[in-house]
Design a protein around this ligand. Structure first.
Ligand SMILES: N[C@@H](CCC(=O)N[C@@H](CS)C(=O)NCC(=O)O)C(=O)O
Length: 142
């Protein structure tokens, strides 16, 4: 099988998203004047929150899809926000975490990491330990 670079997958899926994105007047809006407050509220009131490209049912980037797969495999209850729907959110989450890329996974208000960190923590069992340590039920262990 020919190896596929995930950056390329992400770039391709991103381009297709841009292509189908509705014109600005139809663009979805979070209706939030203070994006920082919105992010702060989401990560502090939801046990597990994922900022991603696309949705859990339809990830629009390979990296976001990887984190979704891990969370689903572990049977975690989580909520998510699609940064492709809102440029303020897309930039705001990077500033909030001081982390330059998406996806971004939060557990009980704590930034865990992006796709690489989440995957490494999952493979080592550290992610399961972190979740269980915070009282979050994990269905599967690696
Ligand atoms: N190595 C990163 C991969 C994620 C990544 O590189 N994301 C890029 C491309 S999808 C990104 O968010 N770029 C900034 C942006 O699109 O706003 C991780 O572990 O999460």
């Amino acid at each position: 099988m020919i190896g596929v670079n995930l950056d390329t997958v992400c770039a391709i899926s991103y381009l297709s998203v841009e292509y189908v994105r509705p014109p600005p007047d139809q663009k979805a809006s979070f209706d939030m004047t203070d994006i920082n407050a919105f992010i702060d509220d989401k990560v502090k009131t939801t046990d597990v929150f994922l900022f991603m490209k696309g949705t859990p049912d339809f990830p629009q980037c390979g990296f976001s899809g990887q984190v979704v797969q891990i969370l689903n495999y572990l049977g975690i209850d989580y909520d998510s926000a699609n940064v492709l729907e809102n440029d303020e959110l897309r930039e705001g989450i990077k500033a909030y975490s001081n982390w330059p890329t998406i996806p971004q996974l939060y557990v009980k208000g704590e930034f865990v990491g992006g796709a690489d960190i989440t995957r490494e923590m999952f493979q080592s069992g550290e992610l399961q330990g972190l979740l269980e340590g915070k009282g979050i039920a994990v269905r599967q262990t690696a």
